[in-house]
Design a protein around this ligand. Structure first.
Ligand SMILES: CC(C)(COP(=O)(O)OP(=O)(O)OC[C@H]1O[C@@H](n2cnc3c(N)ncnc32)[C@H](O)[C@@H]1OP(=O)(O)O)[C@@H](O)C(=O)NCCC(=O)NCCS
Length: 178
């Protein structure tokens, strides 16, 4: 993973109808550990991390970096979105920004991930105009597949990796019409 690029970071908190996208704070630490230790969240991501490991490794303020947004609902973290520069697990992905999303299971099914990812992509399109975004997810991850389609990602290819079928998609920003 390399730096996202020449973006002004952090942006002012991004507000959507119900959510705020912002940098991690010390008050998010427990929820970030909960997220990364959740077996449900880790089902299609190689499994969860252990709580002990996370507790000992995570700094007081969960790590901050350009492209990493905490998704906040009424002052409480419900998920995390990342836009990272991909070093190339697939040739088409090399050097492109990749979207990742992880939400706490109690926040699934409310449209929050779609609302937050839409806002993150909107921020990205303004920060790095004209750049596409890529996404890889297991085809068995039905919720993730539905979300990718809803966000406008188009299938580029499917491939086998980590013992499962993977879906690789790409999102292109809409060019404004004058
Ligand atoms: C992938 C993930 C983010 C999807 O979360 P999600 O809540 O299903 O996604 P959305 O925000 O699109 O919500 C969709 C659901 O909200 C419902 N919904 C309820 N109120 C809504 C509203 N106001 N607006 C929009 N949708 C709404 C939709 O009908 C839909 O319901 P359904 O699941 O019964 O079809 C979540 O499952 C997750 O974090 N998984 C673990 C991490 C993971 O695998 N990430 C993939 C890494 S590549």
């Amino acid at each position: 993973m390399t730096q996202l690029g020449p973006v002004a970071w952090p942006p002012a908190p991004i507000r959507t109808e119900r959510l705020v996208l912002r940098e991690p704070e010390a008050r998010d630490r427990a929820a970030v550990i909960e997220l990364l230790a959740s077996p449900e969240v880790g089902t299609y991501l190689g499994g969860p991390r252990t709580r002990d490991e996370l507790e000992s490794e995570m700094p007081g303020v969960p790590s901050r970096r350009p492209g990493l947004f905490i998704v906040d609902l009424d002052g409480v973290m419900i998920g995390q979105i990342t836009l990272t520069r991909e070093t190339g697990h697939l040739r088409q992905a090399a050097g492109k920004a990749e979207l990742g999303y992880l939400f706490l299971p109690e926040a699934w099914g409310g449209g929050y991930a779609a609302e937050a990812c839409g806002a993150a992509l909107d921020w990205f399109a303004r920060a790095l105009p004209g750049e596409p975004v890529v996404l890889a997810t297991q085809t068995a991850n039905v919720r993730s597949m539905r979300l990718a389609a809803k966000l406008g990602f188009i299938e580029v290819e499917r491939y086998e990796a980590y013992g499962a079928e993977q879906w690789f998609g790409m999102w292109s920003p809409v060019t404004p019409v004058d």
